[in-house]
Design a protein around this ligand. Structure first.
Ligand code: IPE
Ligand code: MG
Length: 232
C-alpha cells in the first residue's frame, strides 16, 4: 500500500491526512476481497524501515492503525474475517500489542477471508529470524541439517500457515518489492499500478485480478507442458 504521503502532498495536506484516507481504501479492498471469496489477503501496513520515519508520523500511524483495528473488529466478525499479524510485533508499543492480541483473539473462530497485516515486517528480518531459530534447533538436537528442505524452512517463517501469494499488487508507480515476502514471492505474479493507495478501490482490485487471470503461470515449465498437464 504505497502513495499515501504523495496523495496528501498533492493536495497540500499533511502526510497523516493521506494515511487517514488510506484507511478507506483498506476497508474497501478488504470488503472487496471477502466478497470475491479470496482466502488470503496480506497488507503491508508498516515495514521495519518505517520505524525510521519522523517520530510524529510513526506515532500517528501507530495510533491510526490500532484505532482502526479496534473499531473494525465488529465488521470483521460480521464478514467472517480472521485477522493475523506477521512481523516484529514486539517492537510495537505495549498498547498496540494488546489491541492486536485482542483483535486476533476476537476474530479467531472466523472461517472466511484470512486478513494478514504485515506490521513492523520486513523480509530480511523474517529470513534472519528463521535462520536463528533453525540454528538453535540444530544446536539443541531438535533438527538435523539434512532435514532442512523447503517445507521445513517454510515452518520457520512467519507465514508458516499462509500459502505463497498468487498476486502481489503495488500501488503508486514504484517498481520495487521493498523487503516484502522476498522468499514467498518466488512465483508470484507482480502487478504495478500508478494509482496512489488512497485512490485504490474495488474496481482497481478487479482490474488487477483480471490482468492476473490473463497471465500464464508456468512455474518453470514450458507452455507445451502446461497444455499436456491440462489434458490429464
Ligand atoms: C504508504 O504510503 C503507507 C505506509 C508506508 C504506512 P507512504 O507513506 O509510503 O506514501 P509515499 O510513498 O510517501 O507517497
Ligand atoms: Mg512510500
Amino acid at each position: 500500500m504505497d502513495g499515501n504521503g504523495r496523495w496528501a502532498q498533492e493536495k497540500g495536506q499533511d502526510r497523516l491526512f493521506g494515511h487517514l484516507h488510506g484507511v478507506e481504501s483498506v476497508r474497501d479492498i478488504v470488503e472487496g476481497a471477502a466478497e470475491l471469496g479470496v482466502h488470503f489477503l496480506t497488507l503491508y501496513a508498516f515495514s521495519t524501515e518505517n520505524w525510521d520515519r519522523p517520530e510524529y508520523e510513526v506515532t500517528g500511524l501507530m495510533e491510526l492503525l490500532i484505532n482502526t483495528i479496534r473499531k473494525e473488529v465488529p465488521t470483521l466478525n460480521k464478514n467472517n474475517i480472521k485477522l493475523h499479524v506477521i512481523g516484529a510485533v514486539d517492537m510495537m508499543p505495549d498498547y498496540a500489542q494488546k489491541a492486536l492480541d485482542e483483535a486476533i483473539a476476537e476474530t479467531s473462530t472466523n472461517t472466511g477471508l484470512n486478513l494478514v497485516m504485515a506490521l513492523s515486517y520486513s523480509s530480511r528480518w523474517e529470513i534472519i529470524n528463521a535462520t536463528k531459530k533453525i540454528a538453535n534447533d540444530v544446536l539443541n538436537g531438535k533438527l538435523k541439517p539434512d532435514e532442512i528442505d523447503q517445507d521445513k524452512y517454510n515452518q520457520y517463517l512467519s507465514t508458516a500457515a499462509i500459502p505463497d501469494p498468487e498476486l502481489m499488487i503495488r500501488t503508486s508507480g514504484e517498481h520495487r518489492i521493498s523487503n516484502f515476502l522476498l522468499y514467498q514471492l518466488a512465483y508470484t505474479e507482480l502487478y504495478f499500478t500508478n494509482t496512489l493507495w488512497p485512490d485504490f478501490r474495488k474496481e482497481n482490485l478487479y482490474e488487477a485480478i483480471i490482468d492476473f487471470q490473463l497471465r500464464q503461470r508456468r512455474f518453470g515449465k514450458t507452455g507445451d507442458q502446461l497444455k499436456q498437464d491440462q489434458l490429464h
